[in-house]
Design a protein around this ligand. Structure first.
Ligand code: COA
Ligand code: MG
Length: 309
């Protein structure tokens, strides 16, 4: 097993919108939305009596060509019910048939929960490019986050991204939901650290009050400072603030390009550390700069230069 901590390929995941798969009206709206990723939900936002309808709705959406009209670069993810639930097996088969970019596994407690889905996918010869995302949202999931993240380093692993499920964590622990998330913060940081130790992306939980713009912006800014790659969202109105908070400023991009150019000079070839405008710059900064430039180019390819501000 490779245990080094190099970074994985880059994708912008600033804004990741949940969409209940039985909500046909919301599905029709999706093409016009500017989120980086969409999570079609078969789990908690779909009532038990609507599970079959939601699954069929999603199958049709992918089969009849509507999914193909989504903007190029919008990542598609399907959240299934847990395999231990009455719906999980059917969901997994349906999700695999839809050929999304990733399947999101809810309430992951331990590495075995990922193994079970990987084994089921391997039995159906699922393409190697199909990724798995994991919701970390139970007390055991938080405590085992490191062992779960470590699976990303096994050969052929599909694990690519963690989502923190803050509503479930609050429910499971009894912690108070307060502005600034003082009692949740240490667990969130534990999840961020586990993800980073093994090169996974990690996304912040949702902000339920979708009419409270100021509160959302505050929480996005907090999430960005805590190291999250982006925020999971429940409403289209939350996309622009998330894209802004987790976006790339023209200033940061210019700085990254300057670092890249400096290391490209023949004099600096093979040097581990250089001086740039009176500051020490190391190869680790070059690695960070390259990731930022790649992310910015993907954002520009989809949205034009307007979102680099
Ligand atoms: N994705 C895409 N479109 C959405 C959307 C979403 N998550 N949420 C709302 N919309 C659409 C609505 O369909 C509506 O479209 P219309 O103007 O064509 O009618 C428009 O945005 C405005 O919606 P609004 O009336 O403000 O909200 P609502 O009362 O219809 O729905 C929620 C509010 C919270 C129920 C809804 O946003 C939702 O279901 N969000 C996702 C919840 C979820 O997935 N939770 C699980 C993860 S925590
Ligand atoms: Mg949940």
């Amino acid at each position: 097993m490779n245990q080094t901590s190099s970074f994985r390929p880059v994708r912008p995941r600033r804004s990741v919108l949940y969409l209940p798969a039985n909500n046909s009206r919301a599905l029709e709206k999706l093409t016009g939305l500017g989120c980086d990723s969409v999570v079609f939900d078969l789990e908690d936002s779909v009532a038990p009596g609507a599970k079959d309808e939601a699954r069929e709705n999603l199958r049709r959406f992918f089969a009849d060509g509507r999914a193909a009209t989504l903007p190029a670069g919008m990542e598609t993810v399907i959240r299934i019910n847990a395999l231990s639930s009455p719906w999980g097996g059917e969901d997994l088969l349906a999700a695999r048939g839809c050929k999304p970019d990733a399947i999101l596994i809810p309430k992951v407690d331990a590495p075995e929960d990922i193994h079970a889905v990987e084994d089921a996918l391997d039995q159906t010869d699922a393409p190697a490019g199909l990724r798995l995302w994991a919701m970390i949202e139970t007390p055991r999931g938080v405590m085992n986050a490191c062992q779960i993240a470590r699976m990303a380093r096994t050969d052929g692993a599909r694990l690519d991204c963690f989502i923190t499920g803050t509503n479930d964590l609050l429910k499971e622990t009894g912690v108070a939901a307060l502005p600034g998330r003082p009692w949740l913060a240490s667990w969130l940081m534990q999840i961020v650290l586990a993800a980073r130790a093994y090169g996974l992306d990690v996304l912040d939980g949702v902000y339920n009050d979708f009419k409270d713009d100021a509160g959302l912006i505050r929480e996005c800014d907090d999430g960005q400072a805590m190291g999250f790659d982006g925020k999971t969202l429940i409403h289209p109105a939350q996309i622009t603030p998330a894209n802004k908070a987790f976006g790339i400023s023209a200033e940061r991009l210019a700085e990254a390009k300057a670092i890249w150019e400096a290391f490209s000079l023949p004099d600096n070839a093979g040097r581990g550390v250089i001086s740039l405008d009176g500051r020490m710059v190391e190869r680790l900064h070059l690695e960070m700069a390259e990731r930022l430039i790649e992310k910015a180019s993907r954002i520009e390819a989809r949205h034009g230069g307007d979102q680099i501000t």
